[in-house]
Design a protein around this ligand. Structure first.
Ligand code: C2E
Ligand code: CA
Ligand code: CA
Ligand code: CA
Length: 279
C-alpha cells in the first residue's frame, strides 16, 4: 500500500505543477485585465410572470482576453476567488453595474432592479457593507434598485457576520436573493432566519422540467416553500415555452433565461428595453 501511495503521489506531481502554473499565469492575466480594461459586463433581462413585463437585469461579467478571446466566468471567477482577486474584480463589477443602472434610470427606464453576484470571499470582507453604501452614494442609485445575489454557502462559517451583513443591507432597502437555490446545503432553519427577499431556482432543475419528475417535484417544493416564507421565486436558465408554461402554472414569480433574452451588451439592452417581448 505504501508503494502504491508513493506511485500515486509521483503520478500527480506533474499535474499539480501544471495547475499551479495555470493559476499563476491566470492571476497575472487577470491583474492585467483589470488594468487594461478587458473586463466588461453583460446584462440579462428578467421578466415578471404576472405582468409579462421586464422586471430587472442580472449583471454578468465578461473577459475579452487579448490572446484567448472570450474567457468564461465559469473558468476565471473560481481562480479569482482562489487568488483573492475577486475582491477587486467584484468591486469593479458593483461600481460598473450600479453606475450603469443609475444612468439608465435617468433616461427614463422604469422600475428596474440590477442584480449583482457576490462571492463568499467578498462577503468575508469586513468593509463590504461600507463599500456598497459608498458605491450607492457615488452613483446615486437608490438602494431599492440594487439586488445582491448570494449563495447558500454564506451561512457556513461565521454566520453571525453574514447575518449582520444581510440585515444591514435589508435595512438599507437593498434586495437580496439566494442564487443557485437547491444546489447547496443550507438548512431550512437557516433559510427561515435569513433576511432575504428572493429564491433563485438553479437552472439545473429547469433543464429537464418536463421529463424528470424529481426535478419537477423539487421546483414545485421550492416555489411553495418560498411563498410560505414570503419570498419571491425566480427561475433561471429558462429556454423554452414549455418550461415557461410549467413555471407559470406553478406560480413562479419571475424568469430569466435564453427564452426571454440572452445576456446583452449595454447598448443592446437599451434597444431591448424599447420593445421587450411580452410573456
Ligand atoms: P450564475 O450567477 O448562475 O449566472 C447564470 C448563468 O447562466 C450565466 O452564465 C448566464 O449567461 C447563464 N444563462 C442564462 N440564461 C441561460 C439559459 O437559458 N440557458 C443556459 N444554459 N444558460 C443560461 P455565465 O455568464 O457564464 O456566468 C457563469 C457564472 O459565473 C455565474 O453563474 C456566476 O456564478 C459567475 N459570475 C458571473 N458574473 C459574475 C460576477 O460579476 N461576480 C461573481 N462573483 N460571479 C459571477
Ligand atoms: Ca447569479
Ligand atoms: Ca445561478
Ligand atoms: Ca451559478
Amino acid at each position: 500500500a505504501k508503494e502504491e501511495g508513493r506511485n500515486n503521489f509521483q503520478f500527480f506531481v506533474p499535474e499539480m505543477n501544471f495547475r499551479v502554473d495555470l493559476l499563476f499565469s491566470m492571476e497575472k492575466d487577470l491583474r492585467l485585465a483589470l488594468e487594461r480594461g478587458e473586463l466588461f459586463l453583460q446584462y440579462q433581462p428578467q421578466a415578471d410572470l404576472a405582468s409579462g413585463t421586464l422586471s430587472g437585469v442580472e449583471a454578468l461579467i465578461r473577459w475579452d482576453h487579448p490572446v484567448k478571446g472570450q474567457v468564461s466566468p465559469a473558468e476565471f471567477i473560481p481562480v479569482a476567488e482562489e487568488t483573492g482577486q475577486i475582491v477587486a474584480i467584484g468591486e469593479w463589477v458593483l461600481r460598473t453595474a450600479c453606475s450603469q443602472m443609475a444612468e439608465w434610470r435617468k433616461t427614463g427606464m422604469h422600475d428596474l432592479t440590477i442584480a449583482v453576484n457576490l462571492s463568499i470571499r467578498q462577503l468575508r470582507q469586513p468593509d463590504l457593507a461600507e463599500l456598497i453604501k459608498s458605491v450607492l452614494l457615488e452613483t446615486g442609485l437608490d438602494a431599492r434598485h440594487l439586488e445582491l445575489e448570494i449563495t447558500e454557502g454564506i451561512m457556513m462559517g461565521d454566520n453571525q457576520a453574514a447575518f449582520r451583513f444581510l440585515s444591514e443591507m435589508q435595512d438599507l432597502g437593498v434586495q437580496l436573493s439566494i442564487d443557485d437555490f437547491g444546489t447547496g446545503f443550507s438548512s431550512l432553519n437557516y433559510l427561515k432566519q435569513m433576511p432575504v427577499n428572493k429564491l433563485k431556482i438553479d437552472q439545473s432543475f429547469i433543464r429537464d422540467i418536463e421529463t424528470d419528475e424529481g426535478d419537477a417535484a423539487i421546483i414545485r417544493s421550492i416555489i411553495s416553500l418560498g411563498h410560505r416564507l414570503n419570498l419571491r421565486v425566480i427561475a433561471e436558465g429558462v429556454e423554452t415555452q414549455e418550461q415557461l408554461d410549467f413555471l407559470r402554472i406553478r406560480g413562479c414569480d419571475e424568469i430569466q433565461g435564453y427564452f426571454y433574452s440572452r445576456p446583452l451588451l449595454a447598448e443592446d439592452f437599451m434597444r431591448f428595453v424599447k420593445a421587450p417581448p411580452r410573456l
